[in-house]
Design a binder for this molecule. Structure first.
Ligand code: ATR
Length: 272
């Protein structure tokens, strides 16, 4: 039995063990997946001990995504771009490879689970932190008409736009200055945690707009409620992204792609 874990602090409430152990059962892969609480000042030591004791791979969550980026011996291209890491894999030669599966998870949830085609579409991305940086490359690979990044701190949006300019049409803006309407609006800010809304003009929503909140909870997020009031056609929360980034990590480790629909359904049922 191969051993995997999600490492973070805090970590007790992570849904990842349920998700991955369900994937293992479904695919017949002989593995067990648990939580790993790392001390805030010794992520590196905790990871080293886990690998010494036979661990094969890790998911990395708050607040260690940047530690993982620094710790890795090698980086996939998408992890390099993201400058943050959510998946570590022990390679056959014993080195540690880092990957970021968040963006692939978001794109797969949108395109496969929700049939939202991104090619040629106008996309507004709210926020310019790690969550947004992690999804830009996979979004741009879908060849959208353009991406506008809007953030409270405009300089951070400008930095991101510059860092990804070689991959597609991308520009930066403040919230109030966003112009025009969008086919897809993705909320990657942590404003929802405080029950707040990024102050964007209502004119960004048109009747065919889809919104995606990277957050999820028991109720519809404040952002998606707002979008619905403005007449958005479809509003999606981040539960699907959570399950799809896990499936992508499972694929990175095992070379087998699990099906996600049933796991997603049981997580949705749990919330009621
Ligand atoms: P994450 O890893 O979740 O992206 P982060 O790197 O701290 O976390 O980024 C948080 C993002 O949410 C940033 O874009 C932040 O805006 P600033 O760059 O201006 O700080 C945004 N954010 C946090 N609280 C917000 C609020 N109340 N309203 C609008 N944006 C907010």
């Amino acid at each position: 039995t191969d051993l995997y874990a999600v490492v973070g602090n805090p970590i007790a409430h992570s849904k990842s063990p349920d998700i991955h152990n369900a994937f293992a059962e479904q695919t017949g892969e002989d593995l067990f997946y648990k939580t790993l609480l790392a001390p805030l000042d010794d992520f590196e030591g905790e990871v080293a001990r886990f690998l010494e004791h036979g661990g094969s791979g890790l998911n990395v969550t708050v607040p260690f995504k940047e530690n993982a980026f620094r710790l890795a011996d090698s980086l996939t291209a998408r992890a390099q771009r993201a400058q943050a890491v959510n998946t570590l894999k022990k390679m056959p030669d014993g080195t540690l490879q880092a990957d970021n599966t968040d963006g692939a998870g978001l794109v797969r949830d949108l395109t496969v689970n929700h049939s939202v085609n991104l090619t040629g579409k106008r996309i507004l991305l709210l926020g310019a932190g790690g969550a947004v940086r992690g999804v830009l490359q996979p979004l741009l690979e879908q060849d959208p008409a353009g991406i506008v990044i809007a953030n409270r701190t405009v300089s951070k949006a400008e930095t991101l736009a510059k860092d990804f300019a070689d991959l597609g049409r991308i520009s930066a803006s403040g919230f109030a200055e966003v112009e025009g309407s969008f086919d897809l609006i993705i909320n990657g800010t942590s404003a929802s945690l405080a029950g707040e809304l990024p102050p964007i003009p209502v004119s960004v929503v048109h009747q065919n707009t889809t919104t995606y909140d990277m957050m999820y909870g028991n109720q519809k997020t404040v952002f998606n409620l707002w979008a619905e009031e403005q007449g958005a056609q479809k509003t999606i929360d981040g539960l699907g992204m959570l399950v799809e980034q896990a499936a992508e990590a499972f694929y990175v480790w095992r070379g087998v792609r699990p099906q996600t629909a049933r796991v997603m359904q049981s997580l949705r049922n749990e919330r009621r």
